[in-house]
Design a protein. Structure first.
Length: 256
């Protein structure tokens, strides 16, 4: 009988991570969810015989190494990250710890283990900065130009992944995705916040003039792309994930 794929998902109690946990269990994978359970973690609990949950801050490298060594994964999808831009402006050091140091801790485990483990690093399109209205879309040749401490921390972690891949022959994939939306998203984000304000019959906050354009992707579509990447045999690739669904912030708030 073929053994189950053993998959670690960091941040598996988060918005994107919890979707991946659900998909992996549907595929009959053996899944370990490692999550420190921060303020924006989902309250969803998966009762499944193929799922192991470990509450852990990835900054704790000693405990992380112990857990990963015992589980013996075939692949790691690294979703865990601080992601709110406003919070990064208030306290950038937290983003360095959570988004850079924690990533390096996983990479150090990968470089020391004798087993070849596939690593998928979930990043963001914000590492590329901003586009003017008539500029070409971001592509694999676009230069990094992070505009916030959050974006800089994700850009830094991307570079560490590539450098460890080159130096220690770690098999990796990096995904840079546009704005996600969907069920169970924490209400600090634009779409759930707008919905809640409408239900409460309160004023909807408008950032700037509301004319900033972002590309939006349904979280399940994003996660389906990640699961396809997990099956690919060609390592050390970067994937830009989006769906050309561009909207001004004012348009989204008006439509809701």
């Amino acid at each position: 009988m073929k053994e189950k794929i053993r998959l670690v998902i960091t941040g598996g109690s988060g918005f994107i991570g919890s979707q991946l946990v659900r998909m992996a269990l549907d595929k009959n994978y053996a899944v370990m969810n490692i999550d420190k359970l921060s303020y924006c973690s989902n309250c969803i609990k998966f009762n499944h015989q193929n799922l192991i949950f470990k509450k852990l801050d990835l900054f704790d490298s000693r405990s992380l190494n112990k857990i990963l060594k015992k589980f013996n994964p075939d692949a790691i999808i690294h979703c865990a990250a601080e992601s709110h831009v406003d919070n990064s402006i208030k306290n950038p050091n937290i983003f360095i710890d959570s988004n850079i140091t924690s990533t390096v801790n996983i990479l150090n485990f990968l470089r020391k283990t004798k087993k070849e483990i596939k690593y998928i690093h979930i990043s963001t399109d914000e590492v590329f900065g901003s586009l003017k209205k008539n500029n070409k879309k971001f592509n694999l040749s676009s230069k990094y130009d992070p505009q916030s401490p959050y974006a800089a921390s994700k850009a830094g972690s991307d570079f560490f992944v590539r450098s460890f891949g080159n130096t220690y022959n770690i098999k990796y994939s990096i995904t840079n995705c546009s704005n996600n939306y969907g069920p169970y998203q924490y209400p600090e984000k634009l779409i759930p916040l707008t919905i809640i304000k409408c239900i409460q019959k309160k004023n909807i906050p408008v950032y700037g003039n509301g004319k900033n354009i972002r590309e939006w992707i349904y979280v399940k579509d994003h996660c389906e792309a990640i699961m396809k990447i997990l099956k690919k045999k060609h390592p050390n690739q970067t994937y830009l994930i989006g769906n050309k669904n561009e909207k001004k912030k004012k348009e989204i708030e008006y439509e809701i």
